[in-house]
Design a protein. Sequence first.
Length: 158
Amino acid sequence: MLMLYAGYPAALEGLRALNAAWPGRARASDRGAPRAWRAAGRRLCARVYGPSFARLVPAVRDLHPDLATWMIEHGYGRVLSRPGLTARERELVTVAALAARDWPRQLVSHLLGALRVGAAPEAVERALLAGARLGGPAATARARREWRRVRAAGAPRA
């Protein structure tokens, strides 16, 4: 139920802004079925999270079992695995959005994820700072601090 009240309002407002600035219109995505979405979602989520994937799904399941299913099947499978943008491009968008929202826990995961799917460190930093500026000075400071920590730990392999 939280997705309806926290996630959907943000998605609606984000799409309003995107539709005002982006040429063209979105197309419906009705390809596939739950089994295919789960398989694609597991593959992409494992690429993004790397060695943390084995811990991620049980941790999300502990928060709520339906959220773990939604994350893999719908989030990573149906939405993030669909054609149009590459995994690298989607991770850069995710980095910018998380930096703008000032959600450092998820931001660190996706800074690492962007690097794992092949984004150049310079591209990750540009996306990070573009989003963080929208979040204000405190978000920018936190984003820069988390990026320094990620870089100091060494970039994961794509």
